[in-house]
Design a protein around this ligand. Structure first.
Ligand code: HEM
Ligand SMILES: *[C@@H]1O[C@H](CO)[C@@H](O)[C@H](O)[C@H]1NC(C)=O
Ligand SMILES: *[C@@H]1O[C@H](CO)[C@@H](O)[C@H](O)[C@H]1NC(C)=O
Ligand SMILES: *[C@@H]1O[C@H](CO)[C@@H](O)[C@H](O)[C@H]1NC(C)=O
Ligand SMILES: *[C@@H]1O[C@H](CO)[C@@H](O)[C@H](O)[C@H]1NC(C)=O
Ligand SMILES: *[C@@H]1O[C@H](CO)[C@@H](O)[C@H](O)[C@H]1NC(C)=O
Length: 324
């Protein structure tokens, strides 16, 4: 009797150790590289004011990283013989690679081989959004870097702008995220830009008959065709996703969606399911603080997708290459 209790306690202890090893923790680098988080935050604060649009690129990079093989910085790897995630179109994200590389070299100079590129992406995304006046969220650390990056996997996992609500739901579910997370994380489209080619089929050739997407406000569509995306092949013009408010992390994206002015089918899709539609309305009726708090919960969840910890993966020396 007593003996079996000892075993129970022992097993519980072992389980506790195993689970803490497999989890991220706040301040993982407190002893191994105490200044790491500060170095990142300082760099972001010094540079983001000159390039606030990078905040959008960096949060999107975090999203794309997490949706392919977990948050493991696979998005930063350069192609070798196979095409890497980096090469997946649309790739506006490219602008952020250099920013991350510069931060990595500062952190490496302080503590070589300690801080993962995966954690640097997560922290940089958070700090950049916060530095531009947006929400703040917790970033537990201890992620390790992956060694594989694959274009096909990116294509199969990252949601596309033309996806319907069913496909979006399943792509999010594959990552352990639900419809609530879909609505909240789509709220990041309150900042940033898109190339015309990401949605021009909605303006010019929705079903292959030279038609327009009926779920896009026709006045808005006309406006876009007249002043922005002047033909279906325009692959250089960029459009604000939340016009007039693309630098402010506010609720106006949801307002656009409700007015049927969401730029992508994936934005419009939020109106085509009763759960997501109700949530959009609820967010619009709530405060900005409420949106920030709910957004934080979802992005904290996103930041934990399939993370590699403990002895899995590696700490890359250079974010674009696996260690040799
Ligand atoms: C729900 C599925 C999603 C789809 C289909 C989607 C699709 C897209 C597309 C097509 C673009 C424009 C890219 C280009 O034209 O080069 C874009 C931009 C952007 N996305 Fe998403 N996205 C989704 C979810 C998210 C999430 C979860 C986040 C972050 C939490 C996010 C953040 C952004 C940001 C900030 C931009 C602007 C990038 C910039 O200005 O550099 N998106 N998205
Ligand atoms: C890695 O790829 C980036 C962009 O994808 C490019 O700018 C950079 O030059 C590449 N680095 C090397 C060393 O090939
Ligand atoms: C971005 O995507 C385009 C189109 O697929 C591709 O040709 C280009 O090489 C990519 N750019 C980078 C820097 O990876
Ligand atoms: C959503 O898209 C998928 C894949 O293209 C398709 O099989 C499915 O029928 C669509 N669902 C709805 C509700 O339109
Ligand atoms: C619209 O799409 C159809 C089918 O893909 C194609 O045959 C047609 O040429 C397209 N029209 C335009 C204007 O791009
Ligand atoms: C953009 O379109 C032009 C003309 O259609 C084409 O030559 C060019 O390769 C395209 N660029 C990209 C990045 O797709």
């Amino acid at each position: 009797m007593k003996m079996s209790n000892y075993f129970k306690v022992l097993i519980l202890c072992l389980l506790a150790v195993a689970s803490t090893q497999a989890q991220l923790q706040l301040g993982f680098y407190t002893y191994s590289c105490p200044s790491a988080e500060q170095i990142i935050q300082n760099f972001v604060h010094e540079h983001i004011h000159n390039a606030p649009s990078l905040a959008a690129t960096l949060i999107r990079m975090h999203f794309h990283d997490c949706f392919v093989r977990g948050c493991d910085a696979s998005i930063l790897l350069n192609s070798t013989n196979k095409q890497a995630e980096k090469d997946a179109p649309p790739n506006l994200t490219v602008r952020g690679f250099d920013f991350i590389d510069r931060i990595k070299s500062l952190v490496e100079a302080e503590c070589p081989g300690v801080v993962s590129c995966a954690d640097i992406i997560a922290l940089t995304a958070r700090d950049s959004i916060a530095a531009t006046g947006g929400p703040y969220w917790k970033v537990p650390t201890g992620r390790r870097d992956g060694v594989i990056s694959n274009l096909v996997e990116a294509r199969n996992n990252i949601p596309a702008p033309f996806h319907n609500i069913t496909t979006l739901q399943s792509r999010f579910a594959n990552q352990g995220l639900d419809l609530r997370d879909l609505v909240l994380l789509s709220g990041a489209h309150t900042i940033g830009i898109s190339l015309c080619t990401s949605f021009s089929n909605r303006l010019y050739n929705f079903t292959g008959k030279g038609d327009q997407d009926p779920s896009l406000d026709s006045e808005y569509a006309t406006n876009l065709k007249t002043f922005k995306c002047k033909n279906i092949n325009d692959n250089t013009t960029i459009v604000e996703m939340d016009p007039g408010s693309r630098k402010t992390f506010d609720l106006s994206y949801y307002n656009q969606v409700v007015k049927r002015r969401g730029l992508f089918e994936s934005d419009s899709a939020l109106l085509k399911n009763s759960v997501t539609k109700a949530l959009v309305t609820q967010l619009l009726h709530g405060s900005l603080e409420n949106f920030y708090a709910e957004f934080a919960k979802s992005i904290e969840k996103m930041g934990q997708i399939k993370v590699k910890t403990g002895s899995h993966g590696e700490i890359r020396k250079h974010c674009a290459f696996v260690n040799s």
